[in-house]
Design a protein around this ligand. Structure first.
Ligand code: PEP
Length: 251
């Protein structure tokens, strides 16, 4: 079956409003949107509005990088669904390894955030992936299975229709080290089989699984050619319109 193909850019803590506007204007001129590829950029919260205005009427969607599960309250530094609905965003990255590593994100908080994102009608892009030490200790599958089971706890088959998974080996993020297409495919296949066990064959077949970790215009085509890789979550190379367009056009 054919699944949706998605290329999403995670800008992390980069780009102010003017830079976001300029990037989207440039991307519109450089990326080929005639292909069956969904394109999204995920700016910092303060640039979301500018990005959404610049993207209005185009094929570019706008997503956030995080969201809290409560509607309001004493959660300094967090942002809620109704705040993101003001933009509005279409997707929210949840459980990125930098949030897990630096900001105490756990499988349990990932799960709460994913549920809130779904309830708000946005699409969660839930990130999973092992560290270098975990891979070297032969624990990759165990770790990814635990993150998936924890993050997806309590979700229904219906919920899974609106969810995207990003497999991002931590050792490949921002390091220039990309998983080989074979290594990535093996993990995507593992994730899909696990989805089949946790939910159903239909869910496993339908959920887009993106690869993330030093994706660039030069390596995108061979990664995307693998049967279980349905797109990419791109960090560094999503900051330059030329590179991001190159990745989109390589699909
Ligand atoms: C990311 O942060 O999601 C990512 C994949 O980063 P990079 O492309 O820079 O490795």
């Amino acid at each position: 079956m054919s699944r949706r193909m998605i290329i999403a850019g995670n800008w992390k803590m980069n780009k102010n409003s003017a830079e976001a506007r300029d990037f989207i204007a440039e991307l519109k001129g450089k990326a080929d949107f005639s292909k069956n590829v969904e394109v999204a950029v995920c700016p910092p919260f303060t640039s979301l509005q500018a990005a959404a205005s610049a993207a209005a009427g185009s094929a570019v969607k706008v997503g956030a990088q995080n969201m809290h599960w409560e509607e309001s309250g004493a959660y300094t530094g967090e942002i809620s669904a109704s705040m993101l609905a003001e933009i509005p965003v279409s997707s929210v990255i949840i459980g990125h390894s930098e949030r897990r590593q630096y900001f105490g994100e756990t499988d349990d908080t990932v799960n709460q955030r994913v549920k809130a994102v779904l309830k708000a009608g946005f699409e969660p892009i839930m990130c999973v992936g092992e560290t270098k030490e975990q891979r070297e200790a032969d624990k990759t599958e165990e770790i990814v299975e635990r993150q998936l089971k924890g993050g997806l706890q309590g979700l229904t088959e219906e919920d899974m229709k609106s969810l995207v998974i990003a497999y991002e080996p931590v050792w490949a993020i921002g390091t220039g080290l990309t998983a080989t297409p074979e290594q990535a495919q093996a993990m995507h296949d593992f994730i899909r089989k696990l989805l089949s066990k946790l939910f159903s064959e239909a869910v496993a077949e339908a959920v887009p699984i993106l690869y993330g970790g030093s994706v660039k215009p030069g390596n995108a085509a061979e990664l995307m050619a693998k049967p279980d890789i349905d797109g990419a979550l791109v960090g560094g190379a999503s900051l330059k319109a030329d590179d991001f367009a190159g990745i989109i056009n390589a699909c």
